[in-house]
Design a protein around this ligand. Structure first.
Ligand SMILES: Nc1ncnc2c1ncn2[C@@H]1O[C@H](COP(=O)(O)OP(=O)(O)OP(=O)(O)O)[C@@H](O)[C@H]1O
Ligand SMILES: [Mg+2]
Length: 153
C-alpha cells in the first residue's frame, strides 16, 4: 500500500492490521505542518489510526486517547521535518473557541508539527484553509471504509 496514492479515494479495510498499513502509507506522505481532521462514529477507529500514525512518524511509547485532556503534544524522534505531534479529541467541545484558549492557533502555525483532531465536526469554526480529511465508516466488527482526501478551501 506504501507506494500507492492514498489520497482522494476510499479504502476498504478488513481488519486492524490493514488500518495500520494505511496509517503507515499516510505517514509516508506527511511532511510537517499538516492538519488531519478525523470523522467517524464512536469506536470507528479514529484513535487506533492516530496511534499507528503517531508511532510511524516517530512518536515513542503509548499514544492514549486525550478525551480527558482534550489536547496532548508529543515529541517526535528521528524525523527530519516533524518534531511534534498534537492529538486532540474534540468530542466534549462545543466549538473551536475552546481550542483557541488552549493555544491551538500557535500549534497549527508550526510547520514542524502535525495535528490530528478527532470529532472534527465539533470545531467547524476553526477549520484551516488546508487540511486532510479522514472519514472512517464502520461496516462491521473489523471492517471499515476509510476515505482520505486533501481539502483546500
Ligand atoms: N479495522 C479496524 N480499524 C480500527 N479499529 C478497529 C478495526 N477493527 C477493529 N477495531 C477496533 O475498534 C476499536 C476502535 O476504537 P477507537 O478508540 O480507535 O475508536 P474511536 O473512533 O477513537 O472512538 P471514540 O469516538 O470513542 O474516540 C478498537 O477497539 C479497535 O481494536
Ligand atoms: Mg477516540
Amino acid at each position: 500500500m506504501k507506494n500507492n496514492n492514498i489520497f482522494n479515494k476510499e479504502h476498504f479495510i478488513e481488519n486492524l492490521s490493514q488500518t495500520k498499513s494505511l496509517a503507515s502509507a499516510l505517514a509516508d506522505n506527511i511532511r510537517g505542518g499538516e492538519v488531519l481532521l478525523f470523522f467517524g462514529n464512536l469506536g470507528a477507529g479514529k484513535t487506533a489510526f492516530i496511534k499507528y500514525l503517531a508511532n510511524f512518524l516517530g512518536v515513542r511509547g503509548v499514544v492514549s486517547s486525550p478525551t480527558f485532556n482534550i489536547l496532548k503534544v508529543y515529541n517526535v524522534a528521528k524525523n527530519e521535518r516533524v518534531k511534534h505531534f498534537c492529538h486532540i479529541d474534540a468530542y466534549r467541545l462545543n466549538s473551536g473557541k475552546e481550542l483557541i484558549d488552549l493555544g491551538i492557533e500557535e500549534i497549527l502555525d508550526q510547520t514542524d508539527t502535525v495535528t490530528a483532531i478527532e470529532w472534527a465536526e465539533k470545531i467547524k469554526d476553526i477549520y484551516p484553509k488546508k487540511y486532510i480529511k479522514i472519514e472512517i465508516k464502520t461496516l462491521d466488527e473489523k471492517s471499515r471504509l476509510i476515505k482520505i482526501a486533501k481539502i483546500k478551501s
